[in-house]
Design a protein around this ligand. Structure first.
Ligand SMILES: [Zn+2]
Length: 313
């Protein structure tokens, strides 16, 4: 008996796909939060959702590429988060530039589409921020600052901004850290899922029986003692307090099978939480014995049933 440990292997696709899907998701998420952010932006919540989106994309790459390497998976998540934040900041910079030039064109009664106006923004950047490009454009926005309850990146600011300058950079670093934190956890968890190294397939989950709340400790002891027949006593049709499940190769080869005994609790909102009290890789033969012991009480006829067929007429 042993805990499952990933092999750390990743083929060519296992390296390429986590990054490819992560980066693709990063571009979509960065653009989406920029456009939504023009109208409203919720601090903490948006970066969390953002990180989940990017992480979900990178994790899909881990699954599709069959990557069992935690370092590659985590790196794909973090790099995608940085990429996504870069896309977002770039679009925000561009948006502020167009807001600036529109206002300027109005003032001098010029055509806002005049390409010569772009040079005016560059002159403004050089004069106030010592250069042009991404960093100088970021500086403009840092100086504009924001209110914690900001209503949108391009809105007029009647109120005095709460954060400006260096504070904005600190805010951006924290925001990026939240996104990166979420985006690396998902692909990391995906790479640590059970995998059959013989058949090169991810394991499939299968819940085989319920365990009544009072029986969980007994079932855990029976599993730990390899007294598989003894598990029968704790099996229940009710799965609301505890569950016994397998994770196994979809090809049904002779690879070890992951056996999990979990307690199941529900919070007030009905959200289910599971905690594994037993989680081990066992041989296919042992898992078969566990499965048979768990199936016996469930297939037994209900009490009072005699087993006799209908009386002959
Ligand atoms: Zn297999």
């Amino acid at each position: 008996m042993a805990k499952y440990a990933p092999s750390g292997k990743a083929g060519a696709m296992g390296i390429v796909l986590p990054f490819a899907l992560g980066i693709a998701g990063a571009a979509i998420a960065g653009a989406a939060f920029h456009f939504v952010g023009r109208y409203f932006y919720l601090i903490i919540l948006f970066p969390l959702l953002w990180g989940m989106g990017v992480g979900f994309a990178a994790a899909a790459g881990v699954k599709a590429g069959k990557c069992r390497n935690s370092m590659i998976a985590a790196a794909a998540g973090v790099l995608s988060a940085v990429r996504s934040y870069g896309v977002y900041q770039y679009l925000d910079n561009r948006h502020i530039k167009s807001v600036f030039l529109e206002a300027y064109a109005k003032e001098v009664k010029a055509d806002p589409g005049d390409p010569a106006l772009s040079a005016i923004y560059d002159d403004f950047l050089k004069e106030r921020h010592g250069g042009t490009g991404f960093k100088a454009e970021l500086d403009v926005r840092a100086q504009m600052g924001m209110n914690i309850s900001r209503s949108g990146s391009g809105s007029s600011r009647d109120k005095k901004p709460m954060i400006t300058g260096t504070g904005m950079y600190v805010y951006w670093i924290i925001e990026l850290a939240i996104i990166a934190g979420m985006s690396f956890l998902f692909p990391l968890a995906a790479a640590r899922e059970c995998f059959c190294e013989k058949c090169l397939e991810w394991y499939e989950k299968q819940e085989i029986a319920g365990v009544a709340g009072a029986g969980i400790e007994g079932a855990r002891k029976a599993l730990a003692a390899k007294n598989y027949a003894g598990i029968s006593a704790f099996i229940s049709r009710d799965r609301s307090a505890g569950a016994l499940g397998f994770e196994k190769c979809p090809k049904s080869c002779d690879s070890d099978i992951r056996v999990k005994l979990e307690t199941v609790t529900k919070d007030k909102k009905g959200k289910e939480a599971r905690v594994a009290v037993y989680d081990e890789m066992v041989s296919a033969a042992d898992a078969h014995a566990i499965g048979a012991a768990a199936a016996a009480p469930l297939s037994a006829p209900p009490q009072g049933f005699t087993g006799a067929g209908p009386a002959a007429p």
